[in-house]
Every structure is written in C-alpha cells, then in structure tokens.
Design a protein around this ligand. Structure first.
Ligand code: SAM
Length: 292
C-alpha cells in the first residue's frame, strides 16, 4: 500500500461515496484530502435529487465527472471557467459557461440563461475578489435549502493573496456572521442585505458553506410557553461585582418609588447604573483575553 493510500484509509475518506466518484472519474482532478468529508457532510442529502449543481473551475474536467457520478443522473451539472477550452466538455453532456467569476455582468447573463440553482461550489481562482463577487452574485439566485460552498479559503491566510488584509474572504465572512446576527432585533451591527437569504454559515478548514433559505431568515422575537413559574432568581451575575451593583440599584429604586420622585430622576438613575454596569462588564471581560 502506498503512503497516499495509507493516509486515505487512516482518514476514513476511502469509504466515502464522493471519494469513490473522484477516483472513478476518467479525467484529472485535484482536491485536498480534507474536502471529501466536508462534501459528504454537505452534499449527501442532494444525492439522486433533481438539483442544479454549478462548479466554478473546470480545468481538466475531472470534477465534472465526479459530480455527475456522485449526484446521479437526475442532477444538472454546470461548469463555469474563464478558459474557453472548457467548452469541450459540452460534448460529454455538461453545460459549460465561459466567463470570469469576478465579473458581475457575467453572473447576470449566467443566471438569466440557467435560472435559479441549488448548489454552487467555488473552485475557481481563489482570490478574495473572485470569492466575494461570486458569493455576492450567486446568493440571490440560489433556491431555498441550497448552498454556496467556497473552497480554498486558506488563501485568506496566504501572503501571496494579500494576507493580512481586512478585505480577505474570511474577514468578509466574519462580516456576514455579524450580518446574520443582525436579524436579532436589538443587534444592528450590520446593514448588509445578505441576512435575508443566508440562514447559516458553516466554517470548515479551508471551506466556508452558506446555507440559503429566505423563509428561515425572519426577525427573531421572544416567546413563552406560558408554563408555571417558580419565580427563580436569575444568577447570571452571581458572584460578580455587577450583582452588588444590582442590589444597590434595587435599594435606590425602592427609595425613589417611596419618595414618589419624578420620572426624570428615575431616568437619570437608570442611565447612570447602566453606564456603571457596562464599564464593569468591560473590565471583567479582560480576563477572557487568554482565550483570544
Ligand atoms: C483549481 S482549478 C479547478 C479544478 C477542478 N474543479 C478540479 O477539481 O479538477 C481552477 C480553475 O479555475 C479557473 N479560473 C481561474 N480564474 C477564474 C475566473 N476568474 N473565473 C472563472 N474561472 C476561473 C481556471 O481556469 C481553472 O480551470
């Protein structure tokens, strides 16, 4: 057994259907070994379904055959590449579109021609611009319960691609995490509009997957099951300095109520205590520094 085969056994990828399809493909394809488990986790439920699957990056055609074998005959497999020679794979029954993934006009024409799709896998040029423009343009054209999966996101850490940069793909993904959290009513840290489409973001080593589902992207609100309460105290701040401040605040509130003070004083008191608690919280957070 070769050293490569031994690694395949050791990592348990040899038994994955997607790896078998990769090995079966008659044409050359290069994929990193950790990707097969991720493909299996993300794509399993789409097998044998009537899906439209798009891969950006055709090169020697090997992955087109792999995807056809893996997803089965019901899947429509579309390849995108900047290299016009990729057109030759049309004779094998694949749909091929030639253009640059960093060109928004290309994407407009592409989706006008092919319609909405279920999965987009970006294995193209892997620059930050290509990755960001691709995700930006594909998201509105992906069906609910579909995915856009970006490979080789390790380029965000490569000096040759511009690392360190606040405009890397991974830095942008962090902004999108802020954006989906901005569906929570009091969190308005991001005004980007992706959170109307992206239900969840999953980060793997070298791969980011965005799950699209417009119906699951609603504004969050509190609910109650109207069950019986035991009026249990919330111990969130128990043992911290904030617990003492809370007790002190309750006493002041009682006195203010008793003296029937006008609401402006209550308002000032609330603001004052809020500021003190924020300051204290920030001070206490410094002890988390060791986790960062
Ligand atoms: C890593 S290879 C694809 C490998 C293929 N998916 C496989 O597994 O065998 C990258 C491909 O992306 C294409 N590419 C590079 N820049 C591109 C761009 N801006 N738009 C579209 N395709 C691009 C290249 O021509 C090349 O064929």
């Amino acid at each position: 057994m070769s050293a490569h085969q031994e690694k395949v056994c050791e990592n348990n990828i040899g038994n994955l259907d997607v790896y078998k399809s990769y090995k079966k493909s008659p044409y050359l394809s290069f994929k990193h070994s950790s990707y097969f488990q991720v493909y299996a986790d993300l794509f399993e439920k789409y097998k044998d379904k009537y899906i439209t699957f798009v891969e950006i990056g055709v090169l020697n055609g090997g992955s087109l055959f792999m995807w056809r074998d893996y997803f089965g005959p019901n899947a429509r497999i579309i390849g995108v590449d900047f290299n016009p020679l990729a057109k030759k794979w049309e004779s094998e029954g694949f749909e091929i579109h030639i253009g640059s993934q960093s060109d928004s006009i290309f994407w407009e024409r592409f989706f006008n021609a092919v319609g909405p799709v279920d999965i987009v896998l970006d294995d193209g040029g892997h620059t930050f611009e290509q990755q960001i423009i691709t995700v930006h343009n594909c998201i509105p054209n992906i069906n609910d319960e579909g995915l856009i999966v970006v490979e080789d996101t390790h380029t965000s850490y490569f000096k040759s691609f511009g690392y360190p940069s606040k405009y890397s793909f991974i830095e942008w993904t962090k902004k999108l995490i802020d954006n989906i959290n901005s569906r929570f009513p009091s969190v308005k840290v991001s005004v980007l509009q992706y959170n109307k489409y992206i239900y969840s973001i999953t980060a793997f080593e070298s791969i980011i997957s965005f799950k699209i589902n417009r119906k699951k992207c609603f504004e969050n609100e509190s609910t109650s099951n109207d069950g019986i309460t035991s009026n249990a105290a919330d111990f969130r701040y128990e043992g911290s300095k904030i617990a003492n401040i809370n007790i002190f605040e309750q006493r002041i509130s009682k006195i203010l109520n008793w003296l029937k003070y006008i609401s402006i004083i209550k308002l000032i008191k609330n603001k004052l205590f809020e500021s003190v608690k924020i300051l204290l919280t920030k001070k206490e957070l410094i002890k988390l520094k060791r986790f960062f």
